[in-house]
Design a protein around this ligand. Sequence first.
Ligand code: UDX
Length: 435
Amino acid sequence: MRISVIGCGYLGAVHAAAMAELGHEVVGIDVDERKIAALAGGKPFFFEPGLPEILSSATASGRLRFSTDIAEAAEAEVHFLAVGTPQSAETGAADVSFVDAAFTALLPHLADGALVVGKSTVPVGTAGRLAEQLGSDAPSARLVWNPEFLREGFAVSDTLSPDRLVYGVAEGDDHAASVLDRLYRAAIEAGTPRIVTDYATAELVKVASNAFLATKISFINAMSQIAEATGADVTALADAMGHDDRIGRRFLNAGVGFGGGCLPKDIRGFIARADELGLGDTFAFLGEVDEINLRQRRRVVDLAVQDLDGSADGKRIAVLGVTFKPDSDDVRDSPALDIAVQLQGLGADVVITDPEGLDNARARVPGLASVPTTREALLGADLVILATEWREYRTLDPEAAGRLVGERRIIDGRNVLDPAAWRAAGWHYRGIGRS
Ligand code: UDX
């Protein structure tokens, strides 16, 4: 099928490449010339395992091309809207101005009977509004809302083999679903569950899922504080709770908390939208989920100061990992980076390292010292903080690491190290909510 993907950021670039990988003819459109130039050359402008391979093979085959000119989308029968919806600084709401701008720019280029597919994460009600506009400006075209659930680090496989497909369609529109079925034939034949519903439900599935995941993480982080106050162990607690199928073990890892481009932004956007709908009280708990999450970062800073005998001033602190999670170069709303900045603010001599995230971290916080290797970061450190659980840090040898540092003190901000092994090597080990 001939498709266009409008907005070639994280979501759009992966989606465009994955659709071409499935055999479709794809044009990716973005207003950012640098992004388009990189993608057209077969090179992603961000780190995502598996993406360089499918991007370069699709661009080389001619099935995937990129342009800054939206008129190039005119031949497509399906148009994906994949532009960003950043958090607005004043209200916390999701800013849909890029969605509106892309949609308006696309309207004059829609062929007869074209399908517009919304992928961006939007406040509930947006799809209905856009469908109305489509009804008056391009009545033969249709709109469907098809949220995307990809995780960074697994974006390619999540797109090629999603765990569910959600189509929000206009009442009585069977055609839109059948077009998407053709497009996603491989996933459907593989038995992927498919939910066809209305616009509002489809929009809500995305934010509700992210709000639920965030709540799960903040719940276990709150439990980590109780564990610390009572001598319990939050990891064993999560293991035992997780054996209950109704609860499940995933997303019950206590630590420095969640970050990234989705979870924090989506819960804030959801709170703002619920407020507009007069449901602010009902969703006030999500404000607490956000607050618990931010408190985890402050707690790690407090624990660091405590471990440094009451003052971080002038102490050398090695922060291992700055991305919001491993296998990503994304430092947006990263707890690790936030902790490093807070400690630097207390006068510590902080040095960060990360396998992929240093360029982005330097661009965001130019004043933070960074080194490319773990070895350099550890040299002479008074305290080590494992802030992002990259494999390289999870598998650190306590004895070898101990020979590099000034003081054998570590805060395991992701609860991924073996406390007994680190203590046996003479380290003052502290996890989050671990006895
Ligand atoms: C998330 C959703 O998972 C995905 O479905 C959606 O499409 C986009 O947002 P992503 O932002 O890539 O994906 O990250 P995710 O893997 O969900 O992790 C989010 C954050 O939670 C990370 O900072 C991670 O370190 C943290 N986390 C996750 C925990 O602190 N504890 C856990 O148990 C799990």
